[in-house]
Design a protein around this ligand. Structure first.
Ligand code: UD1
Length: 375
């Protein structure tokens, strides 16, 4: 049966879009079906992004929704398994590190279906991060591992993954970025559409996103971060796109009102073209997202990552990324540095060239043929 290409949550979509495009261009050799687990379901987290990225509507939506990690992972498994049984796919392709990634890889592996993992081998070394657990386990289950940076191979070798299974292809997320940049929405247009006056952004702005449980689930971490943002907003307008989890926690802690401050522009989760427009024109980006660390490096925009570690070290070593941790003073010092001298310049990493999905398609077609999985 067809290769099952799985997406579950927002950061999967920009990775999958170029892959299904490249598979479609390859024709019957890479016959495939797009499956959505339903992990993310808000229109703001889904529909807009699918349209922006030119992703076709999923052939199947498993509709799992939210829950604890155990519930969510188990529910994806329970609903994905009969699909695999029925369709007998030649391979299951998963991207990134969300709960849906691991759940579907595990189902496929138990059914003896080859697992292909795109964005393999990234490690933060921080097992308190749910995504780190998902990365380590998915890579153990995978038969074929496509990496975005050369250092990923060392991580995989250390965990006993055979080098022959690993292929360095570059970064599919940057495929989407380069393909979509000409259609990015200017920030002024976006603010006007949201009923806000864009004039304050004329002299520059910063983009803010926060959603990691470690940052938003504890008032004693989130409160000081919000206060630091209020301080920074007096120097530079901040456009803050709020993840539903973050909004819910701010409300729970009674902190949402503190973002009603001069220079802070609060927005709901944005579409892909809106975020690209905001980021590409930003003075700096402040985030705990994984993908935005890479996107800012590709765009050459300074990024202050509000985390103590990163699974994407190349963005720090070669790109524009700086880890500032969660101490509000370090965050403000980092921001001052960017305001004073423009921040890190960086360079674009090897093979972040917009053609990673093409390389995956070419390699996978050969691999399936060699492994007797041709239809
Ligand atoms: C997930 C990923 C994370 C990724 C993030 C991007 C895992 C372990 N985490 O985190 O790696 O960076 O997506 O957004 O898979 N919610 C909604 N609407 C939605 C989705 C979620 O309101 O469409 C709310 C619900 O209250 C839910 C909470 O957000 O309980 C968390 O959603 P969940 O999918 O569990 O994880 P994310 O925090 O979104």
């Amino acid at each position: 049966g067809p290769i099952l290409c799985v997406v579950g949550a927002r950061p999967n979509y920009m990775k999958m879009a170029p892959i299904v495009r490249a598979f479609a261009a390859a024709g019957p050799a890479l016959d495939h079906l797009l499956v959505h687990t339903g992990q993310h379901y808000d229109p703001a987290m889904n529909d807009r992004l699918f349209a922006d990225l030119g992703l076709p509507a999923p052939a199947v939506n498993l509709g799992v929704g939210s829950g604890s990690h155990a519930e969510q992972t188990a529910e994806v498994m329970k609903r994905f398994d009969p699909l695999v049984e029925r369709l007998n796919p030649r391979a299951v392709l998963v991207v990134g590190d969300v709960n849906s990634t691991l759940a579907c890889a595990l189902v496929a592996a138990k059914r003896g279906v080859p697992v292909v993992h795109v964005e393999a081998g990234l490690r933060s070394g921080d097992r308190t991060m749910p995504e780190e657990i998902n990365r380590v386990l998915t890579d153990q289950l995978a038969d074929l591992l496509y990496t975005t940076e050369r250092g990923a191979l060392d991580n995989l070798l250390r965990e006993g993954v055979a080098a022959g299974r690993v292929e360095f292809v570059g970064n599919v997320m940057i495929d989407s970025l380069l393909a979509s940049l000409p259609r990015a929405m200017p920030p002024e247009q976006l603010l006007r559409a949201a009923g806000l006056d864009p004039a304050p952004l004329a002299a520059g702005h910063a983009v803010v996103t926060l959603h990691r449980p470690s940052n938003v689930d504890h008032a004693e971490v989130l409160g000081p971060l919000i206060d630091a943002l209020r301080t920074l907003a007096r120097r530079l307008p901040l456009v803050f796109a709020l993840h539903p989890r973050t909004r819910a926690q701010l409300e729970r802690f009674g902190l949402l009102g503190r973002l009603d401050a001069p220079g802070i522009f609060l927005l709901p989760p944005q579409g892909y073209l809106e975020m690209l427009g905001l980021m590409s024109r930003a003075v700096m980006v402040l985030t705990d997202s994984g993908g935005m660390q890479e996107e800012t490096t590709a765009l050459g925009v300074p990024c202050l990552t509000i985390r103590h570690n990163t699974e994407r070290p190349i963005t720090v070593e070669q790109g524009t990324n700086t880890l500032v941790g969660t101490d509000p003073r370090a965050l403000l010092a980092g921001a001052e540095e960017v305001l004073a001298n423009g921040g890190k310049r960086g360079r674009v990493p090897e093979l972040w060239d917009g053609r990673a999905a093409e390389r995956i398609a070419a390699h996978l077609a050969g691999w399936l043929e060699r492994n007797g999985q041709a239809c």
